[in-house]
Design a protein around this ligand. Structure first.
Ligand code: ASP
Length: 440
């Protein structure tokens, strides 16, 4: 029998109707054996996510401010879901405990994790599935990294005892038993870990859109849906700013070749997007594009840079010492340019520049803020004579200057840098040029 692991995002479980919709999807396919819920999300644009409210309560409690009226709205949401579903699970004792712990100054991660915990309890009850607490099967090391060996051993043992189970997303536990969460949106990672431990045939990730789009719908009007994409292409797009899956959710499944299917809870019959190891066919095939602003160019003039041994190594180590990662490193005969995230640089901007000057003695240092990076992603596009030409002619026709070009280490991406103010128009121009003429 096939095994599917299905993760449902917060927008799919925002209220009791959402729970019933999710239950119908799970029941429609007996292979859907392991279910990972997020915490209830927004019911309408002005609403708040339960996780945001829990973080807020924890902050207020820490500052000894009143958090009880806010906590009351959290209680009301869970109680109304439980009442409407008529489940046997009563969330009141757990809600009382959370309130008590908040009053005594519990940790932020514990508070944040309770949205998933309560959601998981209610869903397990509604589905008549077993409940596995994530804190018993997902483990972190002392320094906060996933403890893969311990997690997979424990999760495999636990799943073998439960034919069908709900495992809340987003959290696990530290060696001393305290709760620790992944970064925001981390239920996607839990889903991927469970899929791998269950040796699943498919990891379904249910959200509120019909899959991954070829461009940001906030910029491009009705972009096409990507039907199939490889893990590597998806990682390139995510890294360039496309937001559907958490960036760390791919590695657990790609390592063992489990396909991921992004699906829409509101249209479960829609095929959505498949993320796989390899796509059929050869030749060039553009998948999509994404872009993000918030980069700074650090341009270092250094005559005959190739003769200055260790220059790049020292530049890397200075930036790394300040926690600044280099995104791209275009270089020329007499200079080099490090492209770095502005936010990370700003934490220590003056010290970084001082150390670069002192330790590397460049001929000149110039900083250029307000840079956006746009990556076009797809098979064979690096070597294709067509895609590069399309990107640059689109930008040229839109009168947008190019600050940087990087063809990537392999054949699946071309990245260009523009002024941040040009980002939306650059994306629209490239999209129109590439996809306006191609069949979906
Ligand atoms: N509820 C958490 C968040 O809002 C985790 C998740 O949704 O995956 O970030």
């Amino acid at each position: 029998m096939q095994i599917k692991t299905a993760k449902f995002g917060g927008s799919s479980l925002a209220d009791a109707e959402g729970f019933l919709r999710v239950a119908a999807i799970v029941r429609a396919d007996p292979a859907r054996r392991y279910i990972i819920p997020s915490a209830p999300g927004k019911r309408s644009p002005g609403d708040r996510k339960i996780t945001d409210m829990l973080y807020d309560c924890s902050e207020r409690a820490e500052k000894k401010e009143d958090f009880k009226s806010l906590f009351k709205s959290i209680e009301e949401r869970f109680l109304s879901i439980a009442e409407r579903l008529g489940t046997g699970y009563d969330p009141c004792p757990e809600l009382r405990l959370i309130k008590e712990k908040l009053t005594c100054g519990c940790e932020r991660d514990f508070a944040a994790s309770r949205g998933e915990y309560l959601c998981g309890r209610l869903l397990a009850d509604l589905l008549c599935f077993d409940f596995i607490d994530a804190s018993d099967v997902i483990f972190f090391t002392e320094d906060g990294r996933l403890d893969g060996a311990k997690t997979y051993a424990s999760l495999r043992a636990s799943l073998s005892l439960h034919k069908r189970a709900v495992i809340p997303g987003f959290y696990g536990s530290l060696p001393d038993g305290r709760i620790k969460t992944f970064t925001r949106g981390g239920s996607d990672i839990t889903g991927a870990i469970v899929a791998r431990a269950a040796n699943a045939d498919l990891y379904e990730n249910f959200t509120d859109v019909c899959g991954l789009l070829a461009a940001d719908p906030g910029i491009v009007d009705s972009p096409r849906v990507i039907r199939k994409i490889t893990y590597r292409e998806l990682r390139e797009l995510s890294c360039a700013g496309a937001k559907v899956l958490h960036g760390e959710a791919i590695l657990p499944v790609s390592a063992v070749g489990i396909p991921v299917n992004i699906k829409n809870t509101y249209k479960p019959e829609d095929p959505g997007t498949f993320i796989v190891s390899d796509t059929d066919g050869e030749g060039e095939r553009v998948i999509g594009l994404a872009g993000e602003s918030g980069y700074t160019l650090i341009r270092l003039g250094a005559e005959n840079i190739s003769a200055r041994h260790g220059f790049c190594a020292r530049l890397f180590s200075i930036l790394e010492g300040f926690g600044v990662r280099i995104g791209h490193l275009p270089s020329g005969v007499d200079g080099i340019c490090a492209v770095v995230p502005t936010e990370a640089l700003d934490a220590n901007r003056e010290n970084v520049i001082k150390e670069i000057k002192e330790s590397l003695s460049p001929d000149s240092v110039e900083l250029r803020d307000g840079v956006a990076l746009i990556s076009v992603v797809g098979r064979g596009i690096g070597e294709s004579p067509k895609t590069g030409a399309e990107i640059f002619s689109a930008l040229s026709e839109a009168k947008i200057g190019v600050l940087l070009i990087d063809r990537g280490a392999d054949d699946i991406s071309i990245t260009v840098g523009t002024d941040s103010r040009d980002l939306p128009e650059a994306i629209r121009a490239i999209y129109r040029r590439i996809f306006g003429r191609r069949k979906p």
